[in-house]
Design a protein around this ligand. Structure first.
Ligand code: DC
Length: 225
């Protein structure tokens, strides 16, 4: 029996993985795993319950009992925690940073492993994260590592925030990006790094269309699509 195909897309925050993964999942009719959202929801739920972000025992218990659902709503994926749509509460840098802190704990990662693997259902999966190709789906048929310089990711983030009519501080955002990168890259368990068999794509000077075209060619060479 052949395994359900997985396209693993890893890389630092803000490199464009989210948009690439949505495009790939639509193109192939595959479902989507936003693993960062799982870490974000865990951190959000911990903060709400007053659990410290280094309290391994409580965080593992919370990770195991997390009542989390991803629901398609108005062409977007809504994140539902305990029947409440928390999507708009988890997409800020405070929760991103908290997620990166709980993600350092190897016992927490282990508690979330099977939950992520359960997304591997026919006809296929596009998995977005930091360790999709290295740890969660080491047998993924196509692995992509999407990178971009911290300065370019900060510039894109500023444009995104200012596009909503809110003033953004480039230096502050750049500092936060570098701090989170550093934590994600240097942790002992499942650090952010390309799998040896990943296509490393640097999007610093590429448009989203160029990224998608390159990724699609690579995926098709691997999946025989
Ligand atoms: O992709 P994101 O920005 O939503 O992820 C938030 C944090 O969660 C990220 O900084 C580190 C952690 N994370 C992880 O450790 N492993 C993953 N597969 C996904 C996210």
């Amino acid at each position: 029996m052949s395994l359900v195909p997985v396209i693993a897309v890893d890389g630092p925050g803000g490199a464009g993985k989210g948009e690439l993964c949505i495009r790939l999942s639509r193109k192939y009719g595959f479902s989507l795993l936003d693993s960062g959202a799982i870490y974000r929801v865990l951190a959000y739920a911990a903060l709400k319950k007053g659990i410290a972000l280094d309290d391994t025992v409580s965080l593992v218990a919370l990770a195991k009992s997390l009542n989390l659902e991803f629901k398609e709503e108005n062409n977007a994926v809504a994140i539902i925690l305990d029947n409440e749509n928390v999507s708009k509460f988890i997409r800020n840098e405070e929760t991103g940073s908290a997620a990166s802190k709980v993600a350092v704990i190897s016992e927490v990662r282990a508690a979330l492993l099977q939950r992520q693997r359960d997304f591997r259902l026919a006809p296929g999966l596009v998995a977005d994260g930091r360790d999709m190709g290295t740890v969660v789906f080491p047998d993924a048929q196509a692995k992509i590592f999407l990178d971009a310089s911290a300065e370019e990711r900060a510039r894109r983030r500023v444009l995104q925030i200012e596009g909503r009519g809110v003033k953004a501080d480039y230096q502050k955002i750049l500092g936060e990006i570098k701090e989170r990168d550093d934590r994600d890259r240097n942790r002992a368990t499942a650090p952010l790094k390309p799998a040896p068999d990943a296509l490393v794509l640097d999007s610093t000077h590429l448009s989203i269309e160029e990224v998608v075209d390159t990724a699609v060619k690579f995926v098709e060479s691997k999946l025989g699509k």
